[in-house]
Design a protein around this ligand. Structure first.
Ligand code: GLN
Length: 538
């Protein structure tokens, strides 16, 4: 543990989905851009070992890190905001903690003691607070605790944090994110939920140092003073976080409230004005008036409101900014396409994107959308499952194999053009068993892929069990498909392209995980650029 390292704990109160992750990530931006080195992690109180086996409709997207961890989507915000690659130490669940404790118990490591929440579980949690420092020393560790204060399952985490502060006095602060509702009819802000939440935190033994109030409008000095008085914090430590037009506004809004100055002061550290030039430049680029509107169809099956495709959506917007256009997302439900002509749902779109996914619901609809994009020369981008779909569509309509399929959806097809990865056939356990994380890919010359990256070896993140079946490689190549990205030993097809098309590319990996507002992903940039060109022709 770095002896001078300071610790910031971010908790949430009143309601869930307050955007604690965005507040934590924004603080990371503000600190990093004043020269403070920041480690950031999320503790999730649920019992799953990781979100990898959870439905995206329940839990949102599963974010994958370079080291192949399947993590909470907040890690995606962290990476996009602080522009650093994170790993398995940055997301800890109750499941992981109990797993460690129970394994130690089975190994006899507790030497006959009764194994209890306190001290064994809380000790295991405390070790995780400092574990990011094993890989890299940081001035500050920001730990976001998932859930809402008052939840039964977050209690061991809060107790561990209380103990950690007891052992590291004057090095810790607590930021509590709450909701201050505004009641329309009486035109007033209500501070009571915040008071109750802070009181609940105090009962656990944690004293909030800074309160970030989510609110539809800025809070007046009077309201801040009232919250300060009841919640026992300095008035300048009550920070308003108003509803923002974009998540990327939040660091700037919080800076206007002197958020990082207050935090640095509370930590006893010297503070400088953060340099947010890049950040402002990005926001300026998305706010330019009269940007052309490029419509991108996202053909998926998970509810659009569930954050299931969060990184894809973010990557499209980053790429739009880089192309000086505004991206309008057209959500197309793949399942409803199964019973209708896709030309209606896709009418007027300038690009079609088929994202990753699992299970057979909506597959035929995705194939129809891909067929339309290929034959009507609409720019097409397939991600992971999207590549499988493109391969199936080509197999059926160009090679004439009407039953071409992936064995994920039809295991007795005579043309299994997508099949298990060789090491996946015998895998039965679901969690953490896919081909996961960063792998190198060699880029073939004179391809869209080479145009995008401009280098012969790239690294991208994966999360899949199925792959292109090499048995059919020659048939595809002879009929015009180009394999532009290959695993270095040439055993796996990583990227496919169709040259007689304005832009048709699909990849086995998930480029969306590496796109950042100030470093938009080259494939998304090229796709949106092609969509914009297409827009100009129709
Ligand atoms: N279901 C497919 C597989 O497991 C694709 C996965 C994905 O899109 N992430 O290979």
């Amino acid at each position: 543990m770095g002896s001078e390292t300071r610790y910031i704990f971010v908790t949430g109160g009143v309601v869930s989905s307050l955007g604690k992750g965005i507040v934590a990530a924004s603080l990371g931006v503000l600190l990093k851009n004043q020269g403070v080195s920041v480690a950031i992690q999320k503790f999730d109180p649920y019992l799953n070992l990781d979100p990898g086996t959870m439905s995206p409709t329940q839990h949102g997207e599963v974010f994958v890190t370079d080291d192949g961890s399947e993590t909470d989507l907040d890690l995606g915000h962290y990476e996009r905001f602080i522009d650093e690659n994170l790993s398995r130490v940055n997301n800890v669940t109750s499941g992981m903690i109990y797993w460690d404790v129970l394994n130690k118990e089975r190994n006899g490591d507790y030497l006959g003691h009764t194994v209890q929440i306190i001290p064994h579980v809380t000790n295991a949690i405390k070790e995780r607070i400092t574990q990011t420092l094993d890989t890299r020393d940081s001035d500050v560790v920001i730990t976001e605790i998932g859930g809402t204060v008052g939840d039964i399952e977050s209690l061991p985490f809060l107790e561990a944090v209380r103990q950690f502060e007891f052992e590291n006095r004057s090095k810790c602060i607590h930021i509590h994110v709450t909701l201050v509702p505004f009641l329309g009819p009486s035109q007033e802000f209500k501070t009571k939920p915040t008071q109750h939440s802070v009181k609940e935190l105090r009962e656990i033994g944690i004293h909030a140092d800074v309160i970030v109030c989510r609110s539809p409008y800025p809070l007046s000095r009077d309201i801040k003073d009232k919250i300060a008085l009841f919640c026992d914090v300095a008035s300048q430590s009550v920070i308003t976080c108003v509803d923002a037009p974009s998540i990327y506004d939040v660091p700037l809004l919080l800076q206007q409230e002197h958020f990082s100055d207050v935090v640095m002061q509370r930590l006893g550290l010297r503070h400088k004005k953060p340099d947010l030039t890049h950040w402002k430049a990005y926001l300026d680029s998305i706010r330019k008036p009269d940007l052309p509107v490029v419509k991108i169809a996202l053909v998926g099956k998970y509810n659009q409101l569930s954050d299931s495709y969060l990184s894809v959506v973010e990557a499209i917007h980053h790429a739009a900014a880089a192309n000086a256009v505004h991206a309008e997302l057209v959500w197309v439900d793949a399942q409803s396409l199964e019973h209708e002509d896709p030309k209606f749902a896709l009418s007027g779109v300038h690009g079609v994107l088929v994202p990753g996914g699992f299970g057979d619901r909506g597959i035929e609809g995705k194939i129809k959308a891909t067929h339309l994009a290929r034959t009507k020369l609409i720019p097409f981008f397939g991600l992971c499952l999207g590549m499988h779909i493109a391969v199936i569509e080509f197999g059926r309509f160009v090679l004439g194999w009407s039953d071409a399929h992936s064995t994920e959806f039809k295991d007795d097809t005579t043309h299994p053009v997508i099949d298990f990865l060789s090491d996946q056939r015998t895998v039965r356990r679901k969690g953490g068993t896919m081909r996961l994380g960063a792998y190198p890919c060699s880029v073939q010359p004179n391809t869209l892929l080479m145009t995008a990256y401009g280098q012969s070896v790239i690294s991208e993140r994966h999360r899949h069990r199925y792959e292109f079946n090499n048995q059919f490689r020659a048939n595809y190549e002879e009929n015009g498909m180009v394999f532009s990205g290959l695993s270095p030993e040439n055993t796996l097809i990583e990227v496919i392209e169709i040259p007689d098309h304005p832009w048709f590319l699909a990849c086995q990996f998930h480029p969306e995980f590496k796109s950042r507002p100030i470093k938009p992903h080259p494939l998304f940039v090229q796709f949106v650029q092609a969509a914009n060109r297409y827009r100009a022709t129709i």
